[in-house]
Design a protein around this ligand. Structure first.
Ligand code: V47
Ligand code: SF4
Length: 377
């Protein structure tokens, strides 16, 4: 394979690319594909995971990230609302869920939700609503709540319910997931968050969340949402008992779904936090593995525009580093978060606009405030 050196100038980033260096790291042909804009195969994904040269991986992911977004790093003024932790699914990894009547179980009323929104330090542009699969909260509760939210916070986009919750509501109401999505859209929902994807590979999924909606149905609900005009996000929970092949299978399924229905806006790689979990983990996730997985996600998901460095789960410092490994979004103010913090997240509950901007600038990027759909504001 020919070795040569060249400068690559991309949207305010300049890279000295030595082909010999990438050849020696075993990544020469992958560099060629990336520069040509060609899709990476699952085999390429394995080569990337096997590569020990973290700097080479980071450079490849940064090339793609710079081509797509230059030095911009996005953030949003958002507010999370976790409306209940009562859940019938009992996923083994989950530290958040409780059974009804169990100590620590909670369920917010419509007034509780409105009060939380009113007390947010700044008016949110994105309201992220997710919770457990509660046995009997009717869909009408959310329809009424969303109508009130939209009338009091018309500038905010409601990003609500994982595909798992959508399928759960459909089941308890005896209606289709399409009808569920249509009713929620009419009430004001515009986006679906990416949770509930966990890991798609059936055998591993059965071990970590046997009662949860399966991969095909998770993807089907997102496809239906895309066709109804929702834009949606997607996630992958990694660093538990899954294999590298499971991670690559997961990324490949998301990429195929995106080829078909095209509505995924952002991918969020979620490193597994182990506190209060019933899952036994043999090899705890390392910081290196987190960065590699983020970089490889950027490289494999050539058709998903954004990769989120979710500071709540990664921790702020690792989220900053992730911006040099392919991530271009820093999520947002969040204000109150329970899912990660009940699992041992050591990050703060909230960040302010100026903290977000300072952190982004501090690692050499340009902060850009966005709305929920990634339009610059
Ligand atoms: O679905 C649960 C994960 C997800 C743990 O769409 C855990 O913009 C790590 O999906 N350690 C919910 N992760 C969070 C989520 C999300 C967050 C921020 C933004 C968006 C978006 C989506 O959290 C769950 C599950 O995959 N999770 N427990 C844990 N112990
Ligand atoms: Fe319920 Fe979600 Fe926790 Fe699973 S991960 S137990 S669906 S709250």
């Amino acid at each position: 394979m020919a070795g040569y050196d060249f400068y690559l100038r991309l949207n305010k980033g300049e890279y000295m690319i030595s082909k010999n260096y990438f050849n020696n790291a075993g990544l020469g042909s992958i560099l060629d594909k990336i520069l040509a804009g060609d899709r990476l195969s699952i085999e390429d994904g394995h080569t990337l995971f096997e590569c020990k040269d973290l700097t080479a991986l980071g450079t490849l992911a940064s090339i793609v990230r710079r081509k797509m977004h230059g030095s911009k790093t996005f953030y949003v003024l958002n507010r999370h609302i976790n409306y209940t932790n009562i859940c019938i699914n009992g996923c083994l990894f989950c530290a958040y869920a409780r059974e009804r009547g169990e100590q620590g179980a909670f369920q917010l009323s419509k007034e509780d939700i409105m009060e939380k929104l009113r007390s947010a330090p700044v008016a949110p542009r994105e309201i992220h609503v997710v919770g457990g699969c509660h046995p009997d909260i009717p869909l009408s509760f959310f329809e009424e709540t969303f109508v009130s939210i939209k009338s009091e916070f018309p500038q905010a986009v409601i990003k609500s319910f994982t595909a798992v919750e959508i399928a759960h509501f459909a089941k308890i109401e005896g209606i289709s997931t399409i009808e569920t999505l249509e009713r929620l859209r009419k009430a004001g929902a515009e986006m679906l968050p990416g949770g509930g994807a966990e890991i798609f590979a059936p055998e591993t999924r059965r071990k970590i969340c046997p009662k949860k909606l399966d991969a095909d149905n998770w993807l089907r609900v997102h496809g239906e949402a895309h066709k109804l005009g929702y834009s949606t996000n997607c996630t992958m929970l990694f660093g538990h008992i899954e294999s590298i092949a499971d991670r690559l299978d997961h990324l490949d399924r998301l990429r195929k779904q995106q080829d078909e229905t095209g509505g995924f806006n952002c991918f969020i790689p979620l490193p597994f936090l182990t506190e209060n979990s019933r899952l036994e983990i043999e090899h705890p996730l390392t910081g290196i593995d987190e960065l590699k997985t983020i970089a490889i996600s950027r490289l494999m998901l050539d058709n998903i525009p954004h990769i989120k460095a979710y500071w709540v789960m990664l921790g702020v410092k690792q989220a900053q580093t992730a911006l040099h490994f392919g991530a271009d979004d820093f999520d947002g103010t969040v204000v109150e978060e329970k899912i990660g913090h009940m699992a041992g997240a050591s990050s703060d509950q909230a960040l302010t606009r100026s903290e977000l901007e300072e952190m982004i600038r501090g690692c050499g990027f340009t902060p850009v405030e966005r709305d929920a759909a990634f339009n610059e504001v």
